[in-house]
Design a protein around this ligand. Sequence first.
Ligand code: DAT
Ligand code: MG
Length: 151
Amino acid sequence: AEMERTFIAIKPDGVQRGLISEIISRFERKGFKLVAIKIVVPSKEFAQKHYHDLKDRPFFNGLCEFLSSAPVVAMVWEGEGVIKYGRKLIGATDPQKSEPGTIRGDLAVVVGRNIIHGSDGPETAKDEINLWFKPEELVSYTSNAEKWIYG
Ligand code: DAT
Ligand code: MG
């Protein structure tokens, strides 16, 4: 199996709405493996680093204010194809355009409150994991289910 890791965050709206377990369970039931998790209130400066690619967009300031306004659940998930398929589980950025069955499609209504973040490619996954987690916070382990998930 070609194992990858991706950074997934439940944003303040997802945490406040009680959707932590709902979101985790979608990744878990799929067969992906949780290798890091913590709850944290990021500073605004940290949020700006996380979203640096969007610094010229008109919504950048509001986005960073929002991300730093309340607790976020930061996670790293591992599995074959998890970066790309994680984005599929999440759905389109604008929940009005997300398919039913996706996290945003099922659980969110507007783009500014779309409850979850997921890395959009291998490079951003690496950068975001390094930004949010120290190496020793990532736990490598074998799950008993792996041979039944991957064959
Ligand atoms: P994604 O979170 O799907 O990777 P993105 O990286 O383009 O989307 O944008 C990051 C976040 O910024 C997104 O989850 C919600 C917010 N955002 C994006 N476009 C927006 C817009 N047009 N108005 C307000 N917020 C927006
Ligand atoms: Mg993005």
